[in-house]
Design a protein around this ligand. Structure first.
Ligand code: CAA
Length: 261
C-alpha cells in the first residue's frame, strides 16, 4: 500500500476490505508534523478511491493515538506562514473521505490528535486512553475543530471546560459524555475496530456513503432541511441494485451480496 515514512498502511480483515492507517512516529507520540499529515491525506485519498475498501480504520500505538500538532514545528510559525501553508487541508482529508472512518484510540489523543479522532465517524478507545484540548496552555486555541466538533459532540459546558482548562479527560469520562462510542481493554481496541470496519464494509458502499453524508448534514442544516435531504436520499437508494439485492436477500432468507451498484 505505498511507501510511507510516518505511517503504516495496509488492507486488513478476512476479506482485506478494511483500510488501515497506523500513525507511526512513536518517538514523538505521533505528533502530527506536516510530512505525516501529507501521508495521511495521501493514504485516505487512496482508500477513498479504492473500490475494494469499504471502511477505514485510523489508529496510533498503545502509548499515543496522537499528542497533537507538532509543537516544535509550529514554534516559529507566523500568521503569514499559516495562511500560505496547507497543513489543515491535509488534516481535513480525514473528515472529507466519503467512506466510514473509525478511530481506534489508545493512549494520548490530545489537541490535533483529539481533533483528528473527532473527524472520524466512530471512536473506539482503550480503557487507558486520554482525551484533551491542551492548546490553551500553549497560548493558542484548538485549530482543527476542537471548539466546534467537541461542542457538537459533548455539549457546551463539558467542551468549554476542556478547551479552557486544557485538562485531559479519562477514557471512561469520554465514553460517558458520548465522545467515544465503546471502550475496550488496550490490546483489544484495534482488533474490535477492524471487526467493526469489516461489518460496515459488508454493507453496500453506496448506502454507507449516503448514510454518512446524511448524518454529517445533521451538523450543518436545520432539522427541516436535514429531514428533507434524508427523505430524498432514502428515495435515491431505491435507484441502486444494492437495494434490490438487500431486500431480495431478506425475502429469500439469505445473506445479501452487495456489488456497490
Ligand atoms: N509536538 C511535538 N513533540 C511532541 C508532542 C507534540 N505535540 N507531544 C510529545 N512530543 C514529544 C516530546 O517533545 C518528547 O520528545 P523528546 O523525547 O525529543 O523530548 C516525546 O514526544 C515524548 O514526550 P514526553 O517526554 O513529553 O512524554 P510524557 O509521557 O512525559 O508526556 C504528554 C506526554 C502529556 C502527551 C506530553 O508529551 C505533552 O503534553 N505533549 C503535548 C500535548 C499538546 O500540547 N498538544 C497540543 C498541540 S497544539 C495543537 O494540536 C494545535 C491544533 O489544534 C491543530
Amino acid at each position: 500500500c505505498g511507501n510511507y515514512q510516518y505511517i503504516k498502511v495496509s488492507k486488513v480483515g478476512s476479506r482485506s476490505n478494511v483500510g488501515l492507517i497506523q500513525l507511526n512516529r512513536p518517538k514523538a507520540l505521533n505528533a502530527l508534523c506536516n510530512p505525516l499529515l501529507k501521508e495521511v491525506a495521501q493514504a485516505m485519498t487512496a482508500f477513498g478511491k479504492d473500490s475494494s475498501v469499504g471502511a477505514i480504520v485510523l489508529t496510533g500505538n498503545e502509548k499515543a493515538f496522537a499528542a497533537g500538532a507538532d509543537i516544535k514545528e509550529m514554534e516559529d510559525k507566523t500568521y503569514a506562514s499559516w495562511m500560505t501553508s496547507n497543513m489543515h487541508q491535509d488534516l481535513d482529508c480525514v473528515a472529507k473521505v466519503r467512506k466510514p472512518v473509525i478511530a481506534a484510540v489508545n493512549g494520548f489523543a490530545l489537541g490535533g490528535g483529539c481533533e483528528m479522532a473527532m473527524m472520524c465517524d466512530i471512536i473506539y478507545a482503550g480503557e487507558k486512553s486520554r482525551f484533551g484540548q491542551p492548546e490553551i496552555l500553549l497560548g493558542i486555541i484548538p485549530g482543527a475543530g476542537g471548539t466546534q466538533r467537541l461542542i457538537r459532540s459533548v455539549g457546551k459546558s463539558k467542551a468549554m471546560e476542556m478547551v479552557l482548562t486544557g485538562n485531559q479527560i479519562t477514557a471512561q469520562e469520554a465514553e460517558k459524555m458520548g465522545l467515544v462510542s465503546k471502550l475496550f481493554p488496550v490490546e483489544k481496541v484495534l482488533e474490535e475496530s477492524i471487526k467493526l470496519g469489516e461489518k460496515i464494509a459488508s454493507n453496500s458502499q453506496i448506502a454507507n456513503m449516503v448514510a454518512k453524508e446524511c448524518c454529517n448534514a445533521a451538523y450543518e442544516t436545520t432539522l427541516k432541511e436535514g429531514l428533507h435531504l434524508e427523505k430524498r436520499m432514502f428515495h435515491a437508494t431505491f435507484a441502486t441494485k444494492d437495494q434490490k439485492e438487500g431486500m431480495a436477500a431478506f425475502v429469500e432468507k439469505r445473506k445479501a451480496n452487495f456489488t456497490n451498484e
